[in-house]
Ligand binder design. Sequence first.
Ligand code: AMP
Ligand code: MG
Length: 337
Amino acid sequence: MSFGRAGKNDYLCTLIQKSLNMSLSREISHAAQLIREGKVVAFPTETVYGLGANALNAMAVARIFELKERPSFDPLIVHIADRTELNRLTTSNDPRIDLLAEAFWPGPLTIILPKSDLIPDIVTSGLETVGIRMPANEIARALISEAGCPIAAPSANKFGQLSPTLAQHVAKQLPDVDFILDGGQADVGIESTIISLNVKGFEILRHGVITREELEKIIPFHALPDAEKMNIVSPGMLKSHYSPEKPLYILEKETAVPADRQRVGILSFKGEDTDGYAHVEVLSHTGDLKTCAVNLFAAIHRLEEADIDCIVAQAVPETGVGLAVMDKLRKAAYRYL
Ligand code: AMP
Ligand code: MG
């Protein structure tokens, strides 16, 4: 058989692609096997890398808490690949779940629902509710399907530290994990939006890329007054979280911009006012807030590795996805306020 030059390249590309796909599918099968054996596997999702175990196996889930050094009061999100799984994981048949799933799943939306007895208490930290989502990342869904069980997974980092958007970030923070399934960069880059449902509508427990405005097109927003909340502890709302090891300060109006920038790195919103800093990371040259969310953690990881003493961050507008970005920045900066 003979090839023209382009034809031969095409053929080689297809071969390389096929063998890459084959090795990826072998890796997915291996990871699924480990999950079935009760092991803990890091895997890509579109938000950030997750640290997953069989959600129905309490011992396996316990290992997630151990590896992450996560306090037991902080519940895990359960990931599914198929909507019919809801039947056995929640006791609710609220028709709004279908509306939300139709609009946002697979995707970065976690819905808090009454849990069924099948879910061990360790997953929900003893709460009567469970957070469930169907990830958009196809590797994640293939893993869940092949494992044949829902996968409980928090972000694959040590508790309170920066969330990983690359397999390398996981390897650095969690060298003892049983296996890391490398799926390249997480393309949303920040955690899912978390909502709970009440009789009148939904309430946001954690901001993410799916915004209140988008959700309101499907069902009404209704925040319960504090007194009516059934003791909802949503520890994702802790004040300090997502923290880099270097001090991080937000340059809000009252904060003085440092005069000596030689040992300072800047996390810039659009790349303006960055002269003189030792290291510059720009979230989005066009000021697009979704792009900022995608780049946020990876940019902070690079600032962590740069030869600087501290990080300053420019504030982004607090509208739409900007709410989630500023929420993460405030938590990252909290220790240094
Ligand atoms: P992550 O660390 O990204 O896996 O997010 C887990 C977060 O989801 C927790 O820190 C809580 O804020 C939230 N969460 C999970 N399950 C529940 C639940 N049953 N009720 C309220 N919040 C929950
Ligand atoms: Mg996390």
